[in-house]
Design a protein around this ligand. Structure first.
Ligand code: EPU
Length: 337
């Protein structure tokens, strides 16, 4: 096991923020984890778990130990008349895993193509796109308990999934390392075409709706709307879509007839934060080295050389302008270390 010190993290976070880890270990096996837990000087440090770094805002110096989860592997573990059970190790790239399921004829994750990050990070914020969330097909998550060093399984309902949220972001935060994730994919596949531009894109290509054509449509839509982190630093949607009461939504609608909103739970609506930020004048606008993306106002981009302070300064201005205009609070989606 190699423990690095003052390790550069700028290429390990998709916002490409300047950042270093006080201590850094690449974690690809349970044996390495046991060695870490058996070392009192490492054990007493603050542990920070890093996946694909695509939903994080890193400070210039991360205190303690950064563990980059890089265990690999994906397999069909079980199959019955109705389902495929597919297991993926946490360090696998999410998009490559989704494409692997499709190549093997296992459907259900196609709408989640091209989401950046690792498979292990997927349940933490219950990733979702185009009408599908990880919680819809997730069967169980195996985690190492950082206190006892033993494996613990969490079934879907124990993960307490909600919109971009789970147990692992709340009561479980800092207590577990997600080690592998098992999906239960129904053989009788229901295709999800209702959200956004999927239908339009299939019509444009004159393609029949199949899991593969949906994956291709999603990839195309994402590539046209969202900046590629390899080209321009970003963390996907920077804000969550706020959830408001039906009453508040109706009042807003009187004042702003073009308001974009979707029914959420009974008596609640989800507002499109991208629309709110756009209307507040932030689409394509810069503040120092950062800005809100010109094609999708919900995405905060690093035009080069930014640090966490630049990100939070811009985020605070956007939050405040949206609040002043609409009296709606929007909250950041990425996790702040
Ligand atoms: N809109 C604007 N101006 C903008 C951006 C959006 O008016 O600059 C309007 C759009 O016209 C549309 C509405 O806002 O009517 C919603 O936009 P979009 O369909 O692009 O989706 P979103 O709500 O912005 C969410 C997820 C994305 C996910 C897409 C597709 C959140 C916070 N974001 O975005 O997830 O890919 O739906 O399902 O829920 C992510 O979490 O990192 C992410 C990219």
């Amino acid at each position: 096991m190699q423990v690095h010190t003052q390790f550069d993290l700028s290429s390990l976070n998709t916002l490409h923020l300047r950042s270093s880890a006080e201590h850094f270990v690449d974690l690809s096996s349970p044996e390495t984890l046991q060695s870490l837990l058996n070392d009192p000087s490492l054990r007493k440090l603050r542990w920070n778990i890093l996946g694909g770094g695509s939903n994080l805002v890193l400070p210039a110096m991360v205190q303690g130990l950064v563990l980059k989860i890089s265990n690999q592997g994906k397999e069909l573990v079980h199959e019955d008349a109705n389902f495929w059970f597919v297991k993926v190790q946490a360090g696998e790239n999410w998009h490559e895993f989704v494409q692997w399921t499709l190549q093997n004829g296992y459907w259900g994750l196609e709408n989640l193509s091209l989401i950046p990050g690792t498979a292990g990070a997927a349940p933490i914020q219950n990733i979702g796109a185009y009408g599908v969330e990880v919680k819809d097909t997730l069967w169980e998550v195996s985690c190492f308990d950082l206190h006892s060093g033993t494996l613990k399984n969490f079934l879907n309902k124990e993960c307490q999934f909600a919109y971009r949220d789970s147990f692992f972001k709340n009561a479980g935060a800092g207590k577990y390392i997600v080690w592998d994730v098992t999906f239960r994919l129904p053989k009788k596949n229901t295709l999800h075409l209702e959200y956004g531009d999927i239908k339009k894109e299939l019509e444009r290509k004159q393609a029949a709706a199949t899991p593969r054509s949906i994956a291709e449509a999603v990839i195309h839509i994402r590539q046209t709307k969202l900046p590629d982190p390899k080209v321009i630093g970003n963390a996907g949607s920077f804000f969550k879509n706020p959830i408001v009461s039906e009453q508040q939504r109706n009042l807003l609608l009187q004042q702003f007839p073009n308001l974009v909103s979707f029914p959420y739970q009974t008596g609640e609506y989800k507002l499109a934060a991208g629309w709110l930020i756009d209307q507040a004048g932030w689409k394509g606008k810069k503040l120092g080295p950062v800005g809100m993306y010109e094609k999708q106002a919900l995405v905060l981009v690093n035009h080069g050389g930014a640090a966490a302070d630049d990100v939070w300064k811009l985020a605070a201005e956007v939050v405040s302008d949206v609040k002043n205009k609409f009296a709606v609070q929007i909250d950041p989606e990425p996790i702040r270390w």
